[in-house]
Design a protein around this ligand. Sequence first.
Ligand SMILES: Nc1ncnc2c1ncn2[C@@H]1O[C@H](COP(=O)(O)OP(=O)(O)OP(=O)(O)O)[C@@H](O)[C@H]1O
Ligand SMILES: [Mg+2]
Length: 343
Amino acid sequence: MIKSEQKRLIGLDMGSSSVKLVELSQDGTSYELERLALVPIGQGDSQEAAKRALSMILESESVQCKAVATSVSGPHVAVRVLRFPQLAREEIEGAVWYEGGQVIAFDINDAYVDYSVLDRQDANGEEGAGRTDVLFVAASKHEVDWRTGTLKESGLEPRFVGVDMLVLLDAALMEPSVPQTVAVLHVGAACTGIGVTQGGATPFVRDLEIGGNAFTHVISAALGVPFSEAETTKVTGASWTPETEQAVRDVASHLIGEIHRSMVYYQTRSHGARVEKMLLCGGSSRLRGLRSSIEDSLGIPVEFWSPMGRVHVDEGRFDMPSVEQLSPFVALAAALAMRSEVA
Ligand SMILES: Nc1ncnc2c1ncn2[C@@H]1O[C@H](COP(=O)(O)OP(=O)(O)OP(=O)(O)O)[C@@H](O)[C@H]1O
Ligand SMILES: [Mg+2]
Protein backbone atom coordinates (compact mmCIF):
# COMPACT_ATOMS: atom_id res chain seq x y z
CA MET A 1 0.00 0.00 0.00
CA ILE A 2 1.33 3.46 -0.84
CA LYS A 3 1.05 5.85 2.07
CA SER A 4 0.52 9.46 1.07
CA GLU A 5 3.22 11.89 2.09
CA GLN A 6 2.46 13.73 5.33
CA LYS A 7 2.25 17.49 4.97
CA ARG A 8 2.79 20.02 7.73
CA LEU A 9 1.76 23.63 7.87
CA ILE A 10 1.59 26.36 10.49
CA GLY A 11 -1.49 28.59 10.51
CA LEU A 12 -0.66 31.95 12.08
CA ASP A 13 -3.32 34.48 13.07
CA MET A 14 -1.85 37.81 14.19
CA GLY A 15 -4.89 39.28 15.93
CA SER A 16 -5.02 42.59 17.78
CA SER A 17 -5.33 41.00 21.23
CA SER A 18 -3.26 37.83 20.71
CA VAL A 19 -1.18 35.82 18.27
CA LYS A 20 -2.50 32.33 17.59
CA LEU A 21 -0.49 29.47 16.11
CA VAL A 22 -1.80 26.08 15.02
CA GLU A 23 0.46 23.51 13.40
CA LEU A 24 -1.25 20.60 11.67
CA SER A 25 0.00 17.54 9.87
CA GLN A 26 -2.20 16.21 7.12
CA ASP A 27 -2.54 12.68 5.87
CA GLY A 28 -5.01 12.51 3.01
CA THR A 29 -8.07 14.26 4.33
CA SER A 30 -7.33 13.89 8.05
CA TYR A 31 -5.60 16.45 10.22
CA GLU A 32 -3.54 15.90 13.36
CA LEU A 33 -2.76 18.63 15.88
CA GLU A 34 1.01 19.10 16.26
CA ARG A 35 1.16 22.44 18.07
CA LEU A 36 -1.26 24.96 19.53
CA ALA A 37 -0.36 28.30 21.10
CA LEU A 38 -1.98 31.62 21.97
CA VAL A 39 0.07 34.50 23.32
CA PRO A 40 -1.73 37.69 24.39
CA ILE A 41 -0.45 40.94 22.92
CA GLY A 42 0.38 43.66 25.40
CA GLN A 43 -0.49 47.30 24.96
CA GLY A 44 1.61 49.46 22.67
CA ASP A 45 2.48 49.38 19.01
CA SER A 46 0.56 46.41 17.72
CA GLN A 47 3.12 45.39 15.10
CA GLU A 48 6.00 45.38 17.59
CA ALA A 49 3.82 43.61 20.14
CA ALA A 50 2.85 40.98 17.56
CA LYS A 51 6.53 40.41 16.73
CA ARG A 52 7.36 39.92 20.40
CA ALA A 53 4.44 37.51 20.84
CA LEU A 54 5.56 35.51 17.81
CA SER A 55 9.15 35.19 19.09
CA MET A 56 7.80 34.04 22.45
CA ILE A 57 5.76 31.31 20.76
CA LEU A 58 8.66 30.20 18.56
CA GLU A 59 11.04 29.99 21.53
CA SER A 60 8.72 28.29 23.97
CA GLU A 61 7.26 25.84 21.46
CA SER A 62 10.56 24.98 19.69
CA VAL A 63 8.75 25.05 16.34
CA GLN A 64 10.52 22.98 13.64
CA CYS A 65 8.13 23.46 10.73
CA LYS A 66 8.91 26.59 8.74
CA ALA A 67 6.00 26.76 6.28
CA VAL A 68 3.38 29.30 7.35
CA ALA A 69 -0.02 30.37 6.08
CA THR A 70 -1.38 33.67 7.37
CA SER A 71 -4.09 36.16 6.45
CA VAL A 72 -5.25 39.79 6.52
CA SER A 73 -8.54 41.61 7.05
CA GLY A 74 -9.92 45.05 7.82
CA PRO A 75 -10.34 48.35 6.00
CA HIS A 76 -7.22 47.82 3.86
CA VAL A 77 -8.48 44.56 2.42
CA ALA A 78 -11.36 44.30 -0.06
CA VAL A 79 -13.28 41.41 -1.60
CA ARG A 80 -15.83 42.46 -4.22
CA VAL A 81 -17.72 41.11 -7.19
CA LEU A 82 -17.22 43.47 -10.11
CA ARG A 83 -19.82 43.39 -12.89
CA PHE A 84 -18.95 44.40 -16.42
CA PRO A 85 -20.65 44.16 -19.77
CA GLN A 86 -19.27 41.21 -21.74
CA LEU A 87 -15.50 41.76 -22.02
CA ALA A 88 -12.92 40.23 -24.32
CA ARG A 89 -10.17 38.35 -22.47
CA GLU A 90 -7.58 41.06 -23.16
CA GLU A 91 -9.90 43.79 -21.82
CA ILE A 92 -10.44 42.19 -18.42
CA GLU A 93 -7.22 43.17 -16.63
CA GLY A 94 -7.49 46.87 -17.48
CA ALA A 95 -11.18 46.95 -16.56
CA VAL A 96 -10.52 45.22 -13.21
CA TRP A 97 -7.75 47.65 -12.28
CA TYR A 98 -9.84 50.66 -13.22
CA GLU A 99 -13.09 49.54 -11.59
CA GLY A 100 -11.34 47.93 -8.60
CA GLY A 101 -9.48 51.17 -7.97
CA GLN A 102 -12.84 52.99 -7.78
CA VAL A 103 -14.51 50.64 -5.30
CA ILE A 104 -11.74 50.29 -2.71
CA ALA A 105 -10.97 52.82 0.00
CA PHE A 106 -7.18 52.61 -0.46
CA ASP A 107 -4.76 53.14 -3.33
CA ILE A 108 -4.81 50.21 -5.74
CA ASN A 109 -1.24 51.08 -6.79
CA ASP A 110 -0.10 50.24 -3.24
CA ALA A 111 -2.05 46.99 -3.14
CA TYR A 112 -1.64 43.35 -4.08
CA VAL A 113 -4.49 42.51 -6.43
CA ASP A 114 -5.90 39.15 -7.41
CA TYR A 115 -8.99 38.36 -9.44
CA SER A 116 -10.81 35.54 -11.14
CA VAL A 117 -13.55 35.60 -13.75
CA LEU A 118 -16.66 33.96 -12.31
CA ASP A 119 -18.61 31.26 -14.07
CA ARG A 120 -22.03 32.38 -15.20
CA GLN A 121 -23.52 30.08 -12.55
CA ASP A 122 -21.29 31.63 -9.90
CA ALA A 123 -23.01 34.92 -10.51
CA ASN A 124 -25.69 33.74 -8.09
CA GLY A 125 -27.63 31.73 -10.60
CA GLU A 126 -28.70 34.78 -12.53
CA GLU A 127 -28.40 34.44 -16.28
CA GLY A 128 -25.15 36.20 -16.92
CA ALA A 129 -25.26 36.30 -20.72
CA GLY A 130 -23.75 39.50 -22.07
CA ARG A 131 -21.89 40.14 -18.82
CA THR A 132 -18.52 39.41 -17.26
CA ASP A 133 -18.44 39.03 -13.47
CA VAL A 134 -15.10 39.10 -11.68
CA LEU A 135 -14.20 38.25 -8.09
CA PHE A 136 -11.74 40.97 -7.11
CA VAL A 137 -9.46 40.82 -4.05
CA ALA A 138 -7.08 43.61 -3.02
CA ALA A 139 -4.94 44.05 0.09
CA SER A 140 -2.72 47.00 0.84
CA LYS A 141 0.95 46.05 0.45
CA HIS A 142 1.72 47.48 3.86
CA GLU A 143 -0.73 45.07 5.59
CA VAL A 144 0.77 42.08 3.81
CA ASP A 145 4.43 43.10 3.85
CA TRP A 146 4.81 43.72 7.58
CA ARG A 147 3.39 40.27 8.24
CA THR A 148 5.55 38.43 5.71
CA GLY A 149 8.57 40.53 6.81
CA THR A 150 7.99 39.56 10.45
CA LEU A 151 7.71 35.90 9.51
CA LYS A 152 10.94 35.96 7.50
CA GLU A 153 12.80 37.80 10.28
CA SER A 154 11.66 35.02 12.60
CA GLY A 155 13.13 32.36 10.31
CA LEU A 156 9.75 31.26 8.96
CA GLU A 157 8.67 30.81 5.36
CA PRO A 158 5.42 32.59 4.39
CA ARG A 159 3.75 30.35 1.82
CA PHE A 160 0.26 31.83 1.71
CA VAL A 161 -1.38 35.13 2.64
CA GLY A 162 -5.16 34.92 2.41
CA VAL A 163 -8.13 36.98 3.48
CA ASP A 164 -9.51 35.97 6.91
CA MET A 165 -13.11 35.40 5.90
CA LEU A 166 -12.31 33.65 2.61
CA VAL A 167 -10.06 31.25 4.52
CA LEU A 168 -12.78 30.61 7.11
CA LEU A 169 -15.42 30.09 4.39
CA ASP A 170 -13.18 27.53 2.66
CA ALA A 171 -12.79 25.67 5.97
CA ALA A 172 -16.56 25.80 6.57
CA LEU A 173 -17.16 24.31 3.13
CA MET A 174 -15.00 21.32 4.11
CA GLU A 175 -17.49 20.43 6.86
CA PRO A 176 -19.50 17.32 6.01
CA SER A 177 -23.02 18.70 6.53
CA VAL A 178 -22.67 22.30 5.43
CA PRO A 179 -25.88 23.76 3.93
CA GLN A 180 -26.05 25.25 0.44
CA THR A 181 -25.95 28.85 1.71
CA VAL A 182 -23.84 29.26 4.81
CA ALA A 183 -22.47 32.25 6.72
CA VAL A 184 -19.46 32.46 9.03
CA LEU A 185 -19.29 35.13 11.73
CA HIS A 186 -15.84 35.67 13.28
CA VAL A 187 -16.03 37.99 16.30
CA GLY A 188 -12.64 39.13 17.56
CA ALA A 189 -11.47 41.89 19.88
CA ALA A 190 -11.23 44.87 17.48
CA CYS A 191 -13.36 43.63 14.61
CA THR A 192 -15.92 41.18 13.31
CA GLY A 193 -15.79 39.40 9.97
CA ILE A 194 -18.83 38.18 8.07
CA GLY A 195 -18.61 35.77 5.16
CA VAL A 196 -21.40 34.16 3.13
CA THR A 197 -21.24 31.70 0.28
CA GLN A 198 -23.79 29.85 -1.77
CA GLY A 199 -22.60 26.42 -2.82
CA GLY A 200 -19.02 27.66 -2.55
CA ALA A 201 -19.59 30.32 -5.20
CA THR A 202 -19.34 34.13 -5.21
CA PRO A 203 -18.35 34.79 -1.63
CA PHE A 204 -19.59 37.87 0.13
CA VAL A 205 -17.21 39.27 2.75
CA ARG A 206 -17.53 42.24 5.06
CA ASP A 207 -15.38 43.40 7.98
CA LEU A 208 -17.00 45.45 10.73
CA GLU A 209 -14.88 47.60 13.00
CA ILE A 210 -16.60 46.43 16.15
CA GLY A 211 -15.72 43.47 18.36
CA GLY A 212 -15.15 42.43 21.95
CA ASN A 213 -13.32 45.64 22.87
CA ALA A 214 -16.54 47.64 22.38
CA PHE A 215 -18.21 45.53 25.08
CA THR A 216 -15.28 45.97 27.44
CA HIS A 217 -15.33 49.74 26.92
CA VAL A 218 -19.00 50.07 27.90
CA ILE A 219 -18.52 47.82 30.95
CA SER A 220 -15.53 49.95 31.92
CA ALA A 221 -17.65 53.11 31.63
CA ALA A 222 -20.69 51.61 33.40
CA LEU A 223 -18.66 50.38 36.39
CA GLY A 224 -16.07 53.17 36.37
CA VAL A 225 -13.21 50.66 36.30
CA PRO A 226 -10.13 50.38 34.06
CA PHE A 227 -10.31 48.45 30.77
CA SER A 228 -8.35 45.49 32.15
CA GLU A 229 -10.73 45.10 35.09
CA ALA A 230 -13.76 45.45 32.82
CA GLU A 231 -12.26 42.74 30.59
CA THR A 232 -12.20 40.31 33.54
CA THR A 233 -15.77 41.25 34.46
CA LYS A 234 -16.89 40.63 30.88
CA VAL A 235 -15.15 37.26 30.52
CA THR A 236 -16.12 35.84 33.93
CA GLY A 237 -19.61 37.35 33.97
CA ALA A 238 -19.03 38.11 37.66
CA SER A 239 -20.40 41.25 39.34
CA TRP A 240 -22.52 42.31 36.37
CA THR A 241 -24.97 45.03 37.39
CA PRO A 242 -28.21 46.00 35.63
CA GLU A 243 -26.24 48.93 34.13
CA THR A 244 -23.60 46.54 32.77
CA GLU A 245 -26.32 44.30 31.32
CA GLN A 246 -27.96 47.26 29.59
CA ALA A 247 -24.67 48.62 28.22
CA VAL A 248 -23.72 45.19 26.85
CA ARG A 249 -27.20 44.77 25.32
CA ASP A 250 -26.85 48.14 23.54
CA VAL A 251 -23.52 47.18 21.97
CA ALA A 252 -24.88 43.74 21.04
CA SER A 253 -27.91 45.39 19.33
CA HIS A 254 -25.60 47.64 17.35
CA LEU A 255 -23.43 44.69 16.29
CA ILE A 256 -26.43 42.54 15.41
CA GLY A 257 -27.94 45.45 13.45
CA GLU A 258 -24.78 45.64 11.34
CA ILE A 259 -24.82 41.86 10.79
CA HIS A 260 -28.49 42.06 9.80
CA ARG A 261 -27.76 44.84 7.29
CA SER A 262 -25.01 42.74 5.74
CA MET A 263 -27.36 39.75 5.44
CA VAL A 264 -30.03 41.91 3.78
CA TYR A 265 -27.43 43.31 1.38
CA TYR A 266 -26.23 39.78 0.56
CA GLN A 267 -29.79 38.61 -0.04
CA THR A 268 -30.54 41.53 -2.33
CA ARG A 269 -27.38 40.94 -4.37
CA SER A 270 -27.99 37.22 -4.62
CA HIS A 271 -31.64 37.49 -5.62
CA GLY A 272 -33.15 36.33 -2.37
CA ALA A 273 -30.72 33.48 -1.53
CA ARG A 274 -31.46 32.73 2.11
CA VAL A 275 -28.67 31.98 4.57
CA GLU A 276 -29.58 28.61 6.08
CA LYS A 277 -27.07 28.54 8.92
CA MET A 278 -24.54 30.84 10.56
CA LEU A 279 -21.34 29.41 12.04
CA LEU A 280 -20.00 31.47 14.94
CA CYS A 281 -16.33 31.66 15.98
CA GLY A 282 -13.63 34.00 17.36
CA GLY A 283 -12.95 34.82 21.02
CA SER A 284 -15.94 37.12 21.45
CA SER A 285 -18.33 34.43 20.21
CA ARG A 286 -18.24 33.35 23.87
CA LEU A 287 -19.85 36.56 25.08
CA ARG A 288 -22.75 35.58 27.30
CA GLY A 289 -26.00 35.40 25.32
CA LEU A 290 -24.51 36.61 22.01
CA ARG A 291 -25.19 33.42 20.05
CA SER A 292 -28.86 33.24 21.05
CA SER A 293 -29.40 36.99 20.51
CA ILE A 294 -28.05 36.73 16.94
CA GLU A 295 -30.16 33.63 16.34
CA ASP A 296 -33.33 35.33 17.64
CA SER A 297 -32.72 38.52 15.66
CA LEU A 298 -31.79 36.93 12.34
CA GLY A 299 -34.22 34.03 12.60
CA ILE A 300 -31.67 31.46 11.38
CA PRO A 301 -29.79 28.76 13.31
CA VAL A 302 -26.50 30.08 14.73
CA GLU A 303 -24.02 27.43 15.89
CA PHE A 304 -20.65 27.60 17.61
CA TRP A 305 -18.09 26.29 15.17
CA SER A 306 -14.35 25.90 14.79
CA PRO A 307 -12.35 23.97 12.17
CA MET A 308 -10.62 22.44 15.22
CA GLY A 309 -13.65 20.14 15.40
CA ARG A 310 -12.23 18.19 12.44
CA VAL A 311 -8.70 17.95 13.84
CA HIS A 312 -7.58 14.81 15.64
CA VAL A 313 -5.99 15.64 18.99
CA ASP A 314 -3.75 13.12 20.76
CA GLU A 315 -4.89 13.12 24.39
CA GLY A 316 -1.45 11.97 25.48
CA ARG A 317 0.18 15.09 24.03
CA PHE A 318 -2.40 17.81 24.70
CA ASP A 319 -4.58 18.83 27.61
CA MET A 320 -8.05 18.35 26.12
CA PRO A 321 -9.93 20.95 28.22
CA SER A 322 -7.35 23.60 27.18
CA VAL A 323 -7.67 22.64 23.52
CA GLU A 324 -11.48 22.88 23.78
CA GLN A 325 -11.27 26.21 25.51
CA LEU A 326 -8.94 27.65 22.85
CA SER A 327 -10.93 26.21 19.96
CA PRO A 328 -13.06 29.34 19.17
CA PHE A 329 -9.99 31.61 19.38
CA VAL A 330 -7.86 29.52 17.02
CA ALA A 331 -10.57 28.97 14.39
CA LEU A 332 -8.73 31.11 11.83
CA ALA A 333 -5.27 29.73 12.66
CA ALA A 334 -6.64 26.18 12.26
CA ALA A 335 -8.37 27.07 8.97
CA LEU A 336 -5.05 28.50 7.72
CA ALA A 337 -3.13 25.38 8.74
CA MET A 338 -5.58 23.35 6.60
CA ARG A 339 -4.40 25.04 3.35
CA SER A 340 -2.93 21.80 2.09
CA GLU A 341 -2.15 23.26 -1.36
CA VAL A 342 0.74 25.26 0.13
CA ALA A 343 1.98 22.74 2.75
N1 LIG B 1 -15.61 34.21 27.81
C1 LIG B 1 -15.61 35.29 27.07
N2 LIG B 1 -16.69 36.08 26.99
C2 LIG B 1 -16.69 37.20 26.25
N3 LIG B 1 -15.65 37.64 25.53
C3 LIG B 1 -14.53 36.89 25.56
C4 LIG B 1 -14.44 35.70 26.33
N4 LIG B 1 -13.20 35.20 26.18
C5 LIG B 1 -12.54 36.05 25.36
N5 LIG B 1 -13.33 37.07 24.99
C6 LIG B 1 -13.00 38.19 24.10
O1 LIG B 1 -12.49 37.71 22.90
C7 LIG B 1 -11.68 38.72 22.29
C8 LIG B 1 -10.43 38.06 21.75
O2 LIG B 1 -10.82 37.25 20.70
P1 LIG B 1 -9.84 36.93 19.49
O3 LIG B 1 -8.61 36.28 19.99
O4 LIG B 1 -10.63 36.19 18.47
O5 LIG B 1 -9.50 38.40 18.99
P2 LIG B 1 -8.26 38.93 18.12
O6 LIG B 1 -8.02 37.96 17.02
O7 LIG B 1 -7.08 39.20 18.98
O8 LIG B 1 -8.83 40.30 17.62
P3 LIG B 1 -9.08 40.90 16.16
O9 LIG B 1 -9.22 39.75 15.22
O10 LIG B 1 -10.36 41.66 16.29
O11 LIG B 1 -7.91 41.75 15.88
C9 LIG B 1 -11.39 39.76 23.38
O12 LIG B 1 -12.18 40.91 23.13
C10 LIG B 1 -11.87 39.04 24.64
O13 LIG B 1 -12.36 39.95 25.60
MG1 LIG C 1 -8.86 37.86 15.11
